[in-house]
Design a protein around this ligand. Structure first.
Ligand code: 2HA
Ligand code: ZN
Length: 272
């Protein structure tokens, strides 16, 4: 048994392979991060090296000081993760201030964590605080149909939430808080990380206009499932719009009845 047999590495690799199979990860598009459990850090200890230098994250996440994350490598292809985890992903450790990281395992031959590390870590921090540490996965994918919709729909949380909810009955049950939208911004830095993590205070889904989607979840199944749900609803909407638009749909009265029967709260601002 080696580190590649550990469940969290296998789960990460399966998420990557499934996302690639969905067509969401052209070239080096998309990235994944997972916050290790204490027991997983202990299990991994024999495989961790401490020779690589501390580097600035580019933002600060003080509530995550000392935490360990498994993340995709910058410029690496998601489709290669399952074939060669050690060459394409890495375990990083954060220092106590939450301002610096160092690579403890992986990216054989050198490399850096994902260019979206600031967004991943700021989202992790928001979700860590909001869920009492339950959420561990942040996943970014280039979801084709959802990207297409950002060229057509007004870039408003209310509009995207309502349209996606209408496209599949289970959507409001899967993401009852709705989805948030970030207007086009330069990716890879602190500014887009701040905007995204602000939305993550309210939602588990943040759409980057003309770019892709970020989701947060407790585990790989829930994070991948949420991405899949949101993107599938988007695909239905693209088809509906291509067929000339809705002739009938789920109504606000229907949504209120669904909310009641499934015991979820759907905010009225999405039903107006
Ligand atoms: O290339 O997806 O947002 C990786 C990305 C940047
Ligand atoms: Zn991207």
């Amino acid at each position: 048994m080696g580190i590649l047999d550990f469940e969290f590495i296998k789960g990460f690799a399966r998420c990557a392979a499934d996302g690639a199979a969905m067509g969401w990860h052209e070239r080096n598009g998309g990235n994944i991060s997972y916050r290790l459990k204490e027991a997983e850090v202990a299990l991994s200890a024999p495989y961790l090296s401490d020779v690589l230098p501390w580097q600035a994250i580019g933002t600060e996440v003080p509530h995550l000081g000392g935490e360990y994350f498994l993340v995709t490598g910058s410029g690496r292809y998601i489709r290669n993760v399952e074939l060669d985890p050690e060459g394409n992903i890495c375990i990083i450790e954060l220092d106590e201030s939450g301002e610096n990281y160092r690579i403890r395992w992986g990216l054989r031959g050198g490399g850096r964590p994902t260019s979206e590390l600031p967004s991943h870590l700021m989202n992790h921090q928001v979700k860590f605080l909001a869920t009492g540490g339950k959420h561990r996965v942040i996943y970014h994918a280039h979801t084709t149909n959802l990207i297409a919709l950002t060229f057509v729909l007004p870039l408003k949380d209310e509009v995207f939430t309502r349209e996606l909810w209408e496209m599949m009955t289970e959507c409001p049950v899967v993401f009852p808080q709705g989805v948030g939208v970030v207007h086009w911004m330069v990716p890879g830095g602190r500014e887009i990380a701040v905007a995204t993590s602000k939305l993550m205070e309210t939602y588990d889904v943040a759409i980057w206009a003309h770019h892709g989607t970020f989701v947060s979840g407790e585990d790989f199944d829930l994070a991948f499932g949420l991405m899949h749900c949101v993107e599938k609803a988007s695909e239905v909407l693209v088809k509906v719009l291509a067929m000339g638009g809705k002739r009938q749909s789920i109504t606000p009265v229907d949504f209120r009845q669904l909310a009641n029967d499934f015991n979820v709260t759907l905010e009225e601002r999405f039903l107006a």
